[in-house]
Ligand binder design. Sequence first.
Ligand SMILES: *[C@@H]1O[C@H](CO)[C@@H](O)[C@H](O)[C@H]1NC(C)=O
Ligand SMILES: *[C@@H]1O[C@H](CO)[C@@H](O)[C@H](O)[C@H]1NC(C)=O
Length: 335
Amino acid sequence: MVAAAQLGVLAACVVLFVPMGMAGWHLSRNKMLFFSGALFITLAVGVHLTPYFPSIPHLLSPSPSLLLPPPSACLPFLHRLSWSHSPPPPAWAWSPSAHARSCGFQRLSRADASDLLRGSWILVAGDSQARLLALALLRLLLDPPSMATVESDLFRRHSDYHLALADRGIKLDFVWAPYESNITQLLRRDVRPAPQRPDVLVLGAGLWHMLHLTDPAQYGESLVALRRAARSSLYPVSPHMFWLGLPTLVNSMLNTEEKRERMNRTVWEAYNREVDERMIVRGSGGPFLLLDVGMLSRGCGRGCTADGMHYDGVVYEAALHVMLNALLIESQQRI
Ligand SMILES: *[C@@H]1O[C@H](CO)[C@@H](O)[C@H](O)[C@H]1NC(C)=O
Ligand SMILES: *[C@@H]1O[C@H](CO)[C@@H](O)[C@H](O)[C@H]1NC(C)=O
């Protein structure tokens, strides 16, 4: 209302002073009256017609959908999170960049995540990192009371876990598979002959191999076998496939002497190099999109881990949202 009144005052001033100014430029009184009348009519017609063209401002600024970059262009920016540490607890958000805005990255609510995953089978297999990601997914999908019972089940170490959310048609399986060879077996045994294949596959292992075998080259070879099993068992229907990267290890905080000795920085880097070089992840020609837990855990920092290896829920929550946004992007692409 205020804006309309101001506009009215402005219009009145224009009608009054422009012709007066022109009169100062030696226009005759008739011409002045003519200009005054013409201006008045133009403004009046303008004012009355404007409501019938409410879309004019929209036409001037291009619609946001025209400005959206192609979805795959957004994938490289998914991990650009910034972390805040004070006040505690640590929290993450996408760095306020043009990419985060134009790609529309979003923290999904329970309802949005349920819509996205409706009717899907999600298979998570691997070590404790994979278990923590499964837990983050359940935390998002379930309300706190249902979560309480689930947590005690899922936290039982070294066991599988299955949950079906009948109301949303979502099925989640967690398969305890601490070694890559366990995952490979699972892909060959369970996934290939099944009439139904998982829609989303999240895999990740490496810490057990690092601790008990400490042999990067052999780890690399078992990754190759895993990749082949994934490719052949899931061909031609390839689900959305994610690889959980190794967490950043804080050596001084590892809780046994053996871990501190064997899981040092040099070994950790060698294991990461194998993931890069064995065509596991997309950037290097592999089928899996990397969920870079190494980067996310480093971002959260050593304050987010008690044992230098397993991080607080917020790290896996961030990894989960990277995954869900990748799914959003890829489902857009398939339409
Ligand atoms: C994983 O593989 C190891 C080594 O091959 C084997 O000893 C172990 O029983 C397997 N564990 C599971 C849960 O399949
Ligand atoms: C890291 O651990 C490996 C395997 O235990 C060992 O051979 C190597 O000397 C260690 N490196 C450092 C810098 O401690």
